[in-house]
Design a protein around this ligand. Structure first.
Ligand SMILES: O=C(O)CCC(=O)C(=O)O
Length: 276
């Protein structure tokens, strides 16, 4: 018996490599979450953009609560089973009328997490539409092996290297609009991307990237994880404590180290690096 997904949603994930929408937070809850995130942006400018978009859950309780929310973890358990490690997060914000986009890519190509026993959750903090840059998925693309990516370093490309899978059949792409508080899940090999924000509203997404099983190893470096559910301690990573106080010195230091390690992984073998 699944805990959060329906049996049909579980089958959709297995077949298509993604599933959405999954109801998680109520309208009131997500409005409070958004207010708290935007207050943090105002209090600590730059803490949540550039490289600061990564691993905010290690420094801000509001993001930690999302990563460890039992409803989120129930959905993850329905895909991965009951032993779950939280291995990172990224806040993807597209400002109104901005050009930033995410090229077609597969998360597993640069993440260094093997085998692909992992899943990414993506929580809509704002309304997320085709107009403001929702994600698009290529159904069934996770069934094939990893594809080659070209590192474009495009100016408006929000991915580290601007990495891009070429020759994607865009006619097959399926948009994933989400209401605030809803979540999508996608497989590490699913080809996906998103366009610019053509609206007058911010598009705020919180990518829970990713949840892994203890069987997953990091083959490109070292990474921090948090034991989120199930057996504790039985993994090959660095266990990170949960944050107690927003942007405490201890949390900021730990997060900076986690982000440096992440950067080392994402840019392993790259021709150059950028500030995110
Ligand atoms: O936020 C986006 O538009 C894309 C995020 C993404 O590629 C991911 O979460 O894997």
């Amino acid at each position: 018996m699944p805990k959060r997904l329906t049996a049909e949603q579980q089958a959709t994930y297995a077949r298509e490599g993604y599933v959405a929408p999954i109801d998680i937070f109520s309208a009131d809850e997500i409005a409070e979450i958004r207010a708290e995130i935007e207050a943090a942006e105002a209090t600590w400018p730059n803490a949540l953009d550039g490289a600061g978009r990564n691993n905010g859950h290690l420094a801000l309780p509001v993001l930690d609560r999302i990563v460890h929310d039992s409803r989120v973890l129930d959905a993850i358990e329905d895909v991965l089973g009951g032993d779950i490690l939280a291995a990172g997060s990224t806040l993807f914000i597209k400002e109104p009328q901005s050009e930033g986009f995410i090229s077609w890519h597969q998360d597993a190509r640069y993440a260094g997490m093997e085998p692909h026993d992992w899943v990414t959750g993506w929580v809509a903090i704002s309304n997320v539409t085709e107009e403001n840059g929702c994600m698009y998925m290529i159904p069934g693309s996770h069934h094939a092996p990893l594809r080659d990516h070209v590192d474009t370093y495009g100016d408006d490309n929000l991915l580290t290297r601007g990495q891009e899978v070429q020759d994607v059949d865009e006619a097959a792409a399926v948009p994933l609009p989400l209401k605030p508080g809803q979540m999508s899940l996608h497989h590490p090999r699913t080809v996906h991307g998103s366009g610019p924000n053509r609206s007058s509203e911010r598009r705020i997404g919180f990518a829970l990237q990713s949840y892994i099983t203890p069987r997953v190893h990091q083959v490109l470096g070292d990474m921090y994880v948090q034991s989120a559910r199930g057996s504790e301690g039985g993994h090959s990573h660095i266990e990170a404590p949960r944050v107690a106080e927003a942007m405490s010195e201890k949390a900021v230091t730990l997060r900076a180290d986690a982000n440096q390690k992440l950067s080392d992984i994402l840019y392993a073998g790259a021709e150059r690096t950028r500030n995110y």
